[in-house]
Design a protein around this ligand. Structure first.
Ligand code: MN
Length: 237
């Protein structure tokens, strides 16, 4: 009889996100992010035209859950003086697969949430200039705030939902999910061509124009119509 495995130290806790209207928790496997997926944001980053979608990852434990009707906090991160908000629709994968066709993508979606792809823009820009990986700009601790996941059937017409973030009550980003360059189904098709998607994967689908800096003490109120909004305050580390 095999004995219970013994670990060199306690294994890390599973990262999870609450689910709206259910008492189960969504365990997070990976966090995939789509780059430059709204035209006006691509332009503000200095790019034009429809390029094939490209992806980067954040570690699952970069998640910070913003509970319903509460203000979550993130520490102002180290090594940056240009911390940007990127409000994003997050797709939660419930059924894995590879080479998923866009027409079948809906079968793999568990639900949707509001997320922030927090970015150390100065470090990301340094890495871009040098042709180096974006990890230090994108994949840092607490870089992936997220609200509760709404099951797809209850999320309404997400493909035409408004998306926005305010900072201290003032609009910073406001757009519509219909303006995604690569829509949700196409994104899943491209992503699953390169990786085997697994239950628990999250896809941050990209941000519209209006990305800008936040500082310590700022409160970000983000939303996608039909989903639970998030409130996140940046605090001194
Ligand atoms: Mn992003």
């Amino acid at each position: 009889m095999p004995s219970e495995p013994r670990f060199t130290f306690a294994p890390p806790a599973t990262v999870f996100v609450p689910v709206v209207g259910q008492d189960t928790l969504f365990p997070v496997h990976r966090i995939y992010c789509v780059g430059r997926n709204y035209e006006e944001h691509a332009k503000e980053m200095g790019f034009t035209g429809r390029e094939p979608p490209f992806f980067f990852l954040k570690p699952a434990d970069a998640i910070v859950v913003a509970e319903t009707d509460q203000t979550a906090t993130i520490d102002y991160p180290r090594q940056t003086s240009n911390l940007h908000h990127e409000i994003e629709l997050v797709v939660a994968i419930g059924t894995g697969g590879r080479n998923i066709q866009a027409a079948d993508a809906h079968k793999h979606i568990f639900g949707y949430a509001v997320g922030l792809d927090m970015t150390r823009r100065d470090l990301q820009n340094d890495m871009k200039k040098q042709g180096r990986p974006w990890c230090i700009g994108k994949a840092f601790d607490q870089s992936a705030p997220i609200g509760p996941i709404t099951p797809a059937a209850q999320a309404g017409d997400i493909a035409r939902a408004d998306i926005w973030v305010q900072v201290n009550g003032v609009d910073r980003q406001r757009s519509n999910i219909s303006k995604l360059i690569w829509n949700i189904a196409e994104t899943i098709e491209h992503l699953s061509a390169a990786w085997d998607l697994q239950p628990g994967d999250l896809i941050y689908t990209g941000t519209p124009e209006g990305v800008a800096a936040v500082k310590t003490g700022d409160v970000m109120d983000g939303g996608v119509s039909g989903l639970t909004p998030i409130h996140v305050e940046v605090v001194a580390a």
